[in-house]
Structures are given as C-alpha cells and as structure tokens.
Design a protein around this ligand. Structure first.
Ligand code: THU
Length: 134
C-alpha cells in the first residue's frame, strides 16, 4: 500500500526550501524493511548547489541503515506530472531494481501515473557493471 509513502511525501514537500524556483517537491521511498524515508528539495542562493527531494530521501534511508529502495512516490506542484529528473533516476537506480515502481502524484497525493524504474531509465548503468571482469 502506498498511502504511507504518499502521506510522508506530502509532509516532506511542505518543508521544501525552494524560494527560487517555487517548485516544491516531496519524495518518499520504502526500504527493504518496509520503512518509509522522505525528503524535499533544498535550493541554494548559489543556484547549482541546490538538490532534489529524492537524494534527500535517499540520505535518510542510508543513515537509518537501509540498503534497498522498493517503492517511490514523488510529487511536485499542483496536478502536473513530476517525474524524477535524470540525475535522480540514476541515484534511485543505485539502490533499486528495474521493476521498482515510481508513483507520480499530485501535491495532494492523487496518483497521476506509475512508472517502473526501467521505463524511466532504460538500459541503465549500475553497480553490476563495475563488477564485470573483476
Ligand atoms: N526537483 C526535485 O526535487 N526532484 C526532481 O526530480 C525534479 C526537480 C527540484 C529541483 C529544484 O529545486 C526544483 O525542483 C526545480 O527544478
């Protein structure tokens, strides 16, 4: 059930520090133990130093000892589809299998569309590549 992820992402989005873009993003991820970790985007006056909601959530997962991402919820402003950006897809890829579901929701938590990670990042490069030939 993804409602716990949705609720966590809504709460995280409300904490977004996005005074420059005013695009507030909340993300929530489930770990292999079923625990939920959430994060928001955190912008910076030196614009390139800001970061996305997804790595904020991943950071929490790692610090709690989580190893894998098993489900993701992301939401941006209003009803528009907010998929993870390219860099975030790769960051999720580090900890998630290709069939992991990424649910894109409205800011009130209504599901717009669900993708698999493989759909968003096909033929991806990942940790397995570095193990080849070693
Ligand atoms: N943003 C995210 O937090 N996640 C994404 O995957 C897409 C973009 C943020 C970054 C920036 O603070 C704002 O949205 C506008 O790009």
């Amino acid at each position: 059930m993804m409602q716990d992820l949705v609720n966590a992402a809504i709460a995280a989005r409300k904490k977004a520090h996005a005074p420059y873009s005013k695009f507030y993003v909340g993300a929530a991820i489930r770990d292999e133990q079923g625990r939920v970790h959430a994060g928001c985007n955190i912008e910076n006056a030196a614009y390139p130093q800001g970061w996305c909601a997804e790595p904020s959530a991943i950071s929490h997962l790692i610090m709690k000892g989580g190893k894998r991402i098993t489900e993701v919820v992301v939401m941006g402003n209003g009803d528009q589809l907010c998929t993870p950006c390219g860099g975030c897809r790769q960051k999720i890829r580090e900890f998630a299998a290709g069939d992991v579901k990424i649910h894109c929701c409205t800011e009130t938590g209504k599901l717009i569309r669900t993708f698999t990670l493989d759909e968003l990042l096909p033929a991806s490069f990942g940790p397995e590549n570095l193990k080849l030939g070693t």
